[in-house]
Design a protein around this ligand. Structure first.
Ligand code: GLN
Length: 450
């Protein structure tokens, strides 16, 4: 598939052909389940004259159905464009399809979607990762030039790693969350999923910027990203994270570190004590915020309304019918940790742990510009092979830290396995040093070609 960089230079005649070709390919690869809906050749031709980019089903595009892949939002039409979408449209990019995801972005497999699962394009018997699995499968499967996803605890980086494409989570506050279906507001961030690092930088530059409509939007300087493949980097390798991954991932990452050294980059070794508390803190905070955010889905204001005899029954029936099992589990957990009597024991403690994690990153950044770590502890697993929720949650242990600390992070493919699966490395940077993270991503990408 043509890169975003090249597509942005096409004439309108060339773009027309590209869209026809894309539409054909999407139909041929329908079994991937990457798209919930696409409008390339429908009457709602929102693709206009621009470069077509795919959009996760939790980002509002005016006039489109937007459902966060949930039954509860069936029938809901977006009344306005998310700020990221306004920016895309202004830059000559047109959203053309809704990609599949885990319901309300809660998950790591894209198997909890109301619309059914998405398959991993590298091996259809394996999960594509999640929650932005539809966006990653579309890009990696050659049926999207680029896509937008959202990342609360790894949902851009992990599916990108499982499918073999690039995923970038910007610093918290750099991309407006206005028009993004809220999961956990203090962690959520929109970002690009692309075929290469240059495209990620291009898409990120388009969607970033201060937005009055998002009170957590960063109100400072936004310079264009300047990529320099020859820049020498100072990288902290998190040794115990790398040792705690499957053998095949460990070996690939160790080889990548050797390549970085030979190319003249400075490597320091560090250990993190936070891996075990990251997951606990993340799942308490994310679920607590989700329980508050999703309380708006009550059968009165948005989407589906269940049959009921009174108001209480209306709430209960709508939620019982509309939310899937994983979402219900998380809302119960989130409500529990915020309830009086448990608030201090869980929620307050998780907030303290979050501050501890943030400081631990800060200390490492006194000695290095970037942190190198795995994205996931395992390769993409087969559908149905991991069913216990806690085991699935543990797969997020290397990605949630960036969200808890608000840091920019990228996942970049560095090697292929013998079975044709992909292995990625993750780079994290200081807050607002998104440029260096993208730059490090470019260095990794170039080294992986050698
Ligand atoms: N897998 C994580 C979760 O289920 C992350 C999801 C995300 O980033 N949206 O919460």
């Amino acid at each position: 598939m043509i890169s975003l960089e090249a597509a942005l230079k096409l004439s309108s005649e060339e773009l027309k052909n590209l869209k026809q070709d894309l539409s054909k390919k999407i139909k041929e690869k329908k079994e991937l389940g990457a798209y919930i809906e696409q409008f390339l050749d429908s009457e709602i031709n929102t693709s206009g004259d621009g470069v077509p980019v795919a959009i996760k089903d939790n980002i509002q595009v005016k006039g489109w159905s937007v459902t966060s892949a949930s039954k509860i939002l069936q029938g809901y039409i977006a009344p306005y464009d998310a700020t990221a979408i306004v920016k895309l449209k202004n830059a000559g990019i047109c959203p053309f399809g809704r990609t599949n995801m885990d319901e309300f972005a809660m998950g790591s497999t894209t198997a909890t979607s109301f619309y059914g699962k998405t398959l991993n394009p590298l091996d259809n018997s394996r999960v594509p990762g999640g929650s932005s699995g539809g966006s990653a499968a579309a890009v990696a499967g050659g049926i999207a030039i680029a896509a937008l996803g959202s990342d609360t605890g790894g949902s851009i980086r992990q599916p990108a790693a499982f499918c073999g494409c690039v995923g970038f989570k910007p610093t918290y506050g750099r991309v407006s969350r206005y028009g993004l279906g809220a999961y956990s507001s203090s962690l959520d961030q929109i970002g690009p999923i692309t075929q290469n690092v240059k495209d990620a930088a291009i898409l990120y530059d388009i969607i970033k910027g201060h937005d009055e409509k998002d009170s957590t939007s960063y109100n400072g300087e936004y310079k264009p990203t300047n990529l320099d493949p020859n820049k020498k980097l100072k990288i902290a390798v998190i040794k115990n994270y790398i040792e705690n991954t499957d053998e095949v991932i460990k070996n690939a990452l160790l080889k990548t570190i050797e390549k970085l050294k030979s190319a003249g980059h400075e490597i320091v070794y560090k250990e993190f004590s936070n891996a075990n508390i990251d997951i606990a803190a993340y799942y308490i905070i994310a679920n607590a915020e989700a329980s508050a955010n999703l309380s708006r889905f009550d059968g009165v204001r948005y989407g589906r309304r269940a049959e009921a005899k009174n108001l209480h029954e209306l709430y209960a029936n709508t939620r019982a019918e509309g939310f899937g099992a994983e979402v219900q589990r998380r809302l119960l957990l989130g409500t529990f940790v915020l309830s009086s009597g448990y608030y201090d024991a869980y929620y307050v403690k998780a907030q303290k742990a979050r501050e501890f994690i943030r400081r631990e990153y800060e200390e490492v950044f006194n000695e290095a510009d970037l942190i190198f770590s795995p994205v996931t502890p395992t390769l993409p697993y087969k559908f149905g092979s991991i069913t216990e929720p806690l085991k699935v949650y543990l797969g997020d242990l290397y990605t949630v830290g960036a969200n808890l600390a608000g840091l920019p992070a990228i996942s970049v493919p560095v090697c292929k396995t013998n079975e044709g699966l992909s292995i990625s490395a993750q780079l994290l940077g200081k807050a607002f040093d998104d440029e260096n993270v993208l730059n490090g991503g470019l260095v990794l990408e170039n080294l992986s070609k050698e």
